[in-house]
Design a protein around this ligand. Structure first.
Ligand SMILES: Nc1ncnc2c1ncn2[C@@H]1O[C@H](COP(=O)(O)OP(=O)(O)OP(=O)(O)O)[C@@H](O)[C@H]1O
Length: 764
């Protein structure tokens, strides 16, 4: 690698000299002589081509140099000796973060993503097989060895068995939590490797316990896919949907560290904000969480929680479908188009065109055709209007100028309004979208009845095996209708209350979070679904936080993409998504081949912390903790007055014990602000995370519980693990989520009675 870097340095240096020379003499050959015009042209083109070539080579050399520089301190981490069937000689295969070849092109180190390297992750010494583009290769692995090399120093060597050595993993897991996620390439576990290299499924769903390496596996998977399909797939064709900007920042280093460019990172909220045609403010998931945690009354809380739950479900999707189906015949509120003084196209004209002229077309086709009709109408209108304005100008004595100028002025005057109206038509501004969603809520019980009726038609058609059209009657997609569960349909009066409550929120100028995706789904069902065809791979992290509507939208948004979906339904802390299940996610991609992989082992926390956290969820998915010793979690029962001082002392103690990142987790935003105020005087460098925080640094942080999702800290202090804050059954998953953020130490503080959801722990 040293030799290669040296040679690259000199190539870059020599070429740089060449480029400077070429640029300096670029114009020397240029002749102004007309006779030599053609020769001049050829010479310039040739030079430009050479220059571009040099620059391309330079660019490549520079990138390679950076890569070599990055990996030279730790050029490999594994070795296997492999003897192919019917061969005599063993091939030693050294594995690292990048392939390195000698001057003859022979591999010195194999990239961890090469087919042969998969043996390292999948097998113990013995008979083995691996898949290559040419077919399956079988043979015997006679040695499997791991190296720990840091800063060009060999620190340890292990010969290992089935799993990638526990010693190595212990060493990795003992380290401190960083502000950025770590790569796990040298210790990828077999079941994680299956996720990383899966190529057979269009939708890969991973359900894994907290800390089981879902996010890590997904990141290495992207690096793997970018390597495998390097000729046809680029990083900008990969999109990551993550919970927030902070999380985006946390994982943003992985791909560059693995030598790839970063993918596009976004949040679903950003898409909704960009796309939803509303003048109201769209609530985000965090404001929703705050609202549901702190309702104005118990009654409102019950209603809002039920509403949020129901509005995320497939059953409710059937209700939205029923509403959209009804709009085929009537009900869309139109917005007239015109100038400030005159209406040009009235609501009535639009209604007539949409519901009579285009009655036989689908809704998206009607939208498109109405838009075109408006544009045509405006063209005729503009011609008439220009004449009218021109006549008016002619009659006005204070306008002076030639007839030509007057005509120009008239055209300019009219085209300003035409442009404005065309823009409105283009963005479907001829529909009163907010009014439409209000109408949906005003008659919610009616759409529920329609949905139930459609569902029974659907069931009947299924039983009698009648035509596909009948199934489609059940809803636009047919997916939702088949999963209408009459048992979870709220009663008619509750439904009416929910509708009214949403209307009241809309009157206050807000679209509640649980409604935003429903509204968008209705809007896109009418307009036609928006699509991004060039995207090849979509990764959805914290998948349990997405509703049926969000999946339905995402699957249509990326029609040509494969999906990697990672979630832990044990961490479904948002009320609006508790109905979500892995099976529901599969149903949302009916035409794509999908599979579910379960990760059962959790790596993040020490064994005592993992066991403590899992005992909070006795009915959750089972998880086996990786065996790493540590101190058991402690529940501290304290008085309110002494808590700040005790937590301060705990922070000091954790810092002295070597914890570099420590989080004090308070349940909601208000208490997190209060804790920050109480502690910031004493704790030097204390920082606070809010939903607007975009970046993370090592140190002590105060964080509202729900914002700690996906992150990890050396030490975690839970400020309010008491009956008052975590007293309800509905708080169980949140409590589990916050406890599983800790790598090495977990301390819970309770004023008065500790939370009844906690397992019996050491109390102080
Ligand atoms: N094979 C591995 N080798 C080394 N460390 C690993 C491995 N798998 C997971 N880890 C570590 O375990 C921790 C948890 O991983 P990660 O955040 O990917 O899990 P997760 O399943 O996404 O967790 P959560 O759902 O709780 O957010 C990280 O510190 C990660 O580096």
């Amino acid at each position: 690698m040293d030799k290669q870097m040296e040679s690259l340095h000199s190539t870059i240096g020599d070429q740089q000299q060449e480029i400077v020379e070429m640029k300096r003499h670029f114009w020397d050959e240029v002749s102004v002589d007309k006779e030599q015009l053609f020769e001049t042209y050829v010479s310039i083109m040739q030079q430009a081509k050479d220059l571009a070539n040099y620059e391309r080579v330079q660019d490549h050399a520079r990138r390679l140099l950076t890569k070599l520089g990055k990996h030279i301190g730790s050029p490999y981490f594994g070795r296997i000796d492999f003897r192919e069937e019917y061969e005599v000689d063993k091939l030693p295969v050294t594995i690292g973060l990048m392939s390195v070849t000698d001057e003859n092109g022979e591999h010195l180190v194999y990239d961890w993503r090469t087919p042969i390297a998969s043996l390292f992750y999948d097998y113990a010494p013995g008979p083995v097989r691996y898949r290559t583009p040419m077919g399956i290769i079988t043979g015997e692995m006679t040695l499997k060895r791991q190296y720990l090399i840091r800063s060009s120093k060999l620190e340890a060597v292990f010969d290992t068995g089935i799993q990638i050595g526990d010693d190595m993993l212990q060493d990795m897991l003992k380290r401190s939590a960083d502000t950025k996620m770590k790569t796990i390439v040298s210790t990828i576990q077999r079941e994680q490797n299956a996720i990383i290299r899966d190529d057979a499924h269009e939708v890969l769903i991973v359900q894994g316990a907290a800390g089981s390496g879902k996010t890590s596996a997904a990141m290495q998977r992207i690096a793997y896919l970018l390597y495998k399909y390097r000729d046809s797939m680029h990083s900008e064709q990969v999109v990551l949907f993550s919970p927030n900007d902070l999380f985006n920042d946390y994982v943003s280093n992985i791909l560059p560290e693995l030598g790839e460019s970063n993918m596009t990172q976004t949040t679903f909220q950003q898409y909704v904000d960009y796309r939803l045609r509303t003048t109201r403010q769209i609530e985000d998931v965090y404001d929703q969480a705050e609202r549901l945690m702190n309702p104005s009354s118990e009654e409102v809380g019950q209603l809002e929680r039920a509403s949020a739950r129901w509005k995320a479900s497939e059953s409710f999707m059937a209700v939205a479908d029923a509403f959209v189906t009804s709009l085929m015949n009537e009900g869309i509120a139109f917005e007239s188009l015109g100038t400030p003084k005159r209406t040009v196209i009235t609501e009535e004209m639009l209604r007539e065109h949409f519901y009579v002229t285009l009655a036989d077309w689908s809704l998206p086709a009607r939208m498109d055709k109405t838009r075109e009709w408006i544009k045509g109408y405006l063209k005729d209108w503009a011609a008439r209007e220009v004449k009218r304005v021109y006549q008016r100008f002619l009659k006005q004595p204070n306008y002076i100028g030639s007839e030509e100028e007057m005509m120009q002025m008239s055209k300019k005057h009219v085209s300003k309004w035409v442009r404005e109206m065309r823009r409105k038509a283009h963005t479907y501004g001829f529909i009163k979208w907010d009014a439409l969603y209000e109408q949906f809520n005003a008659h919610l019980p009616r759409w529920c009845e329609n949905a139930l009726a459609a569902a029974s038609t659907h069931d009947a058609s299924k039983q009698t095996n009648t035509s596909a059209e009948k199934v489609a009657v059940a809803g636009l997609t047919g997916i939702a209708a088949s999963h209408v569960d009459p048992d979870i349909m709220p009663t008619a009066s509750l439904v009416a209350n929910m509708g009214e409550h949403t209307l009241a929120r809309m009157n206050e100028g807000i679209i509640p979070y649980e409604d935003a995706s429903v509204f968008l789904y209705i809007m896109e069902s009418i307009e036609g679904f928006n699509t991004f065809n060039h995207i090849r791979q979509v990764v959805i992290d914290e998948a349990q936080d997405y509703s049926a509507f969000q999946y339905a939208l995402l699957s249509r948004l990326f029609p040509r993409s494969k999906f990697t979906i990672l979630g832990d339904w044990n961490q479904a802390i948002y009320e609006s998504n508790r109905v979500g299940r892995v099976e529901m996610v599969q149903r949302m991609f009916p035409e794509r081949k999908s599979t579910v992989i379960r990760l059962k082992k959790s790596y993040r926390s020490t064994k005592p912390i993992s066991e403590f956290a899992h005992a909070i969820l006795p009915n959750g998915e089972p998880a086996e903790p990786f065996h790493r010793d540590g101190k058991p979690p402690v529940v501290h029962v304290v008085t309110e007055a002494e808590r700040p001082q005790l937590v301060f002392e705990r922070l000091q103690q954790l810092r002295e014990a070597g914890c570099q990142s420590i989080a004090v987790l308070a349940k909601d935003e208000a208490s997190s602000a209060q804790v920050y105020q109480l502690l910031s005087q004493q704790v030097e460098g204390l920082k606070r995370v809010t939903k607007h925080t975009q970046q993370f640094s090592v140190g002590c942080w105060v964080i509202p519980s729900y914002l700690a999702k996906g992150l990890e800290f050396d030490g975690v202090i839970i400020w309010d693990a008491d009956q008052e804050h975590y007293g309800h059954e509905r708080d169980r998953k949140l409590l589990y989520t916050v406890c599983t953020r800790a790598l090495h130490e977990l301390h819970l503080y309770a004023v008065g009675q500790p939370s009844p959801l906690l397992p019996v722990a050491e109390m102080k």
